[in-house]
Design a binder for this molecule. Structure first.
Ligand SMILES: [Zn+2]
Ligand SMILES: [Zn+2]
Length: 465
């Protein structure tokens, strides 16, 4: 059970009474937002740890608070006391609640040594928060996200219905004005701007996603043109790179061809007026590049190196950002030329399900080879992504990309059924589809609670510094 499920079961067992708990949370701070990432949950036992209060209705006992706060201090995590009130869509602290924060939290901040302390109060469909920072300043919680499938957003009270834009009228009929407004507020990262990534960027822009970060270290090649949407022969300097030209001209064409991220940026801007696109011409394995993704609301991995998989998977779990790995593969027997396998795949990854490390989709041998040297890495990327040595077809990418973006759309707008199939493999030769139910290993260093899970800025990403 996820922390969200355990907390809900504890706070709302159906008795209509108040219950308490403590969340230990990692912290992520960027220019866009500060986020608290629920890592551990300590449930207060009714009548033992959560008792009738001297001033308010109920309170956490001093012993329980002390044990939890010392544990948080040890683990360098934020401390969040949690309780529930009645009601459904609106919730707020009582005067007694706020007075108890005033009395207690300055001392807790001293123990925590820099990490925030605070409180959350839940109704069945709402949450409010009073967060204290180490300088004693206070912040109100803007919103809480339960990062499962679907992703649920909780607010202190129902947000006003936004005015719809005529452009998105027919989408809003499906996702609602709230759903469309969620898309507009989102910042979505796309790792890889090749065959699948270029399609994903176009889909996101047309759907009305407000901000897209696209990352890719490569320039467009002539052999990419059949798959990268929006790319032109001029972008690839096709006339210079023609085999009949002198070698130095071919090299010049290669060197000055347009970066794939610039093409994706152009496509996105043509698709949606006002979309913000951060085009990063670099490798996600570099720390500065990976850092630009940690404040995203969702990630798509459409690059096929093991290092990119490792970094993506780490960001998902360390920063609790859901995502999906997308790809298409054509396997050919190199000696006979016989076709072995063709498939397109979409693998959604939430912090609790679908870890690529658990499912042996990050091959340690290949990871080591890639890390060995820049030269090796470049060669592998060439083999994997250029489409010269490995067959690649736009429709195979499109099937996987559309599925992954569908899943994203239905998830973040809250329409996805919680029992929806997760991983999907499309087999075009058989006209068949395979569903895979991912099962993660609780002891996994990448997604397990003993590892980087929800560590936020307190953890180390496996990146190159
Ligand atoms: Zn209360
Ligand atoms: Zn794992």
């Amino acid at each position: 059970m996820t922390i969200g499920d355990r907390l809900r079961a504890h706070l709302f067992p159906g008795d209509g009474d108040e219950h308490g708990a403590v969340i230990a949370a990692g912290v992520s701070r960027t220019a866009r937002a500060s986020r608290l990432l629920a890592r551990e949950l300590y449930l207060a036992v009714d009548g033992v740890d959560y008792v009738p209060g001297q001033r308010g209705y109920r309170m956490l006992t001093a012993d329980f608070v002390r044990d939890c706060v010392l544990q948080c201090a040890d683990d360098e995590l934020a401390y969040l006391a949690v309780h529930c009130h009645g009601g459904t869509d609106t919730v707020g602290f009582s005067g007694d609640d706020l007075a108890s924060h005033d009395r207690g939290y300055p001392a807790l901040l001293d123990i925590l040594g820099g990490q925030p302390a605070g409180a959350l109060v839940f109704a069945t469909n709402a949450v409010a928060g009073d967060i204290w920072l180490s300088d004693r300043s206070r912040r109100e919680l803007a919103l809480a996200r339960v990062v499962g499938r679907p992703v649920l957003e909780l607010h202190p009270s129902p947000p006003p219905v936004p005015t719809g834009e005529a452009e998105y009228e027919r989408q809003s009929m499906l996702f609602g004005e709230h759903g469309q407004a969620i898309l507009k507020r989102q910042r979505v990262g796309v790792i890889g701007a090749g065959g699948a990534g270029s399609l994903i960027v176009e889909y996101l822009a047309r759907l009305g996603v407000g901000e897209i970060v696209v990352v890719d270290p490569d320039r467009i090649a002539v052999s990419n043109l059949p798959r990268v949407v929006g790319s032109t022969r001029r972008d690839a300097h096709a006339w210079l790179r023609d085999q009949r030209r002198p070698a130095f001209l071919q090299r010049l064409g290669e060197r000055y061809a347009k970066p794939k991220v610039r093409i994706a940026q152009r496509v996105a801007r043509e698709a949606q007026r006002g979309v913000r696109v951060e085009a990063i011409f670099g490798d996600v394995v570099d720390h500065a590049v990976a850092s630009s993704l940690i404040d995203c609301d969702y990630l798509f991995l459409a690059a096929d190196t093991m290092q990119a998989r490792l970094t993506y998977n780490a960001i998902v779990h360390q920063y609790l950002i859901p995502g999906a790995q997308v790809g298409a593969k054509v396997q050919i027997d190199r000696t006979t030329g016989r076709l072995i396998d063709v498939f397109s795949v979409s693998r959604p990854t939430t912090p609790d399900r679908g870890c690529l490390w658990c499912h042996e989709l990050i091959d340690p041998t290949r990871l080591a080879e890639e890390a060995e040297s820049e030269e090796t890495r470049r060669r592998q990327r060439y083999v994997e992504d250029s489409g010269v040595a490995v067959p690649s077809v736009i429709t195979l990418n499109a099937v996987a990309a559309a599925r992954a973006v569908d899943d994203y759309l239905f998830s973040v707008t809250g329409l996805l059924d919680s029992s929806a199939n997760t991983w999907v493999r499309f087999l075009p030769r058989d006209g068949d589809v395979e569903f895979i139910d991912p099962h993660d290993d609780p002891a996994c260093p990448e997604c397990g609670v003993s590892g980087r899970f929800a560590r936020g800025d307190g953890g180390w990403l496996p990146t190159r510094r």
